[in-house]
Design a protein around this ligand. Sequence first.
Ligand code: ZN
Length: 410
Amino acid sequence: MGDKYMEKDFLFASGDEVRNGSTTDVYFERTLRILREKGFDNVMVNAEFTPSSLPKNYKWSIFAGLREVLKLLEGKNVDVYSLREGTIFTERDFYGYKIPVMRIVGPYSEFIIYETPILGFLAFASGIATKAARIKKAAGDKLVLSFGARRNHPAIAPTISFYAYIGGADAVSCIKGAEILGIKPTGTMPHSLMIIFKATLGDHTKAWLAFDEVVDKNVPRIVLIDTFWDETEEALRAAELLKDRLWGIRLDTPGSRRGNFADIIREVKWKLKALGLDNVKIVVSGGLNEYSIKELSKVNVDAFGVGSAIANAPLVDFAMDISAVKVKDKWKPIAKRGKLSGIKQLYRCNKCKIDIVTLYDSDEPQCPICGGKMKPLLVKVMEKGKIIDGLESPEIVKNRIKEQLTNVEL
Ligand SMILES: [Zn+2]
């Protein structure tokens, strides 16, 4: 083991290391050396990003991670054209052509070492945002809380929170993630709290009273009711102790004790209602995904806490390929086998919800279904390394995704 290994703190790259190219694949660094040596470092290229394939059973995905890409390329001599952050896309257009989601124009040497981190940013952020959107779609008007910070590397917990929130989560539990988003972190109570009170005082319900006594009054009182007794018994006891200060109860019943989780929730709701306590909200968590949430929505659960499904969301793979090279001041369409050459634009008919890929200099297409005007989707977001119009706020992107979600099915 060398000194570097011993000195290195946690095993993640700093922002500076990403910017200086340390996290890139070595063949890009070698290629850069060759280009410089042979005087090709100023050759202008158009590098296009296309989805490789969407995760299994996904009909659409959300384009996300643009914020990170722009932060990385800021100050470089490149122009960037891109879908807006949070745009829903399908893998192919109306005629089956792969769609471009972004393109970078500039001297290749200026961004060659960034292909690796850019693809990583887009794959990860799009994966998280898409899964959060799918879960929100399944949950409908019920709340979705992202509890996933513990299900991935802590260094990326803020990224998970950020893209979970814009994708559809109504709140996040991670303190740093919430801070970046400018929202309050949300949480309930862990089982450990009740264990300490039962072990020391012989009564875990005293933990609920302690929570009520100590925690800020503006934090909703959500009592975890599956630690020692039957869920219904604990729920009724919580209601008795906290009275109308009880905002809700959380069921995190372990898989080994679940039997029929939906029926457990029904029973708890029913028994609370029978005692006139139907204003107590029901929060459930533990191994939930878009499919189980769809099922549980029928039981009228008020909020879902989701961890692994969002934090370990399947990646949305993208590829970067050169599709045109500027030779003697003229753009020459050129691409490897299997890829489409030329500089392109993507058009969408907002009425028919279809896309058409065209060459950049061809005429604006008409919608092949309604004959109407189509809207270009790749917009210039960076000019000569300067971010155009600044970075969009999380709320703007979140609303963009929310609006589009009404038009798609899971
Ligand atoms: Zn149309």
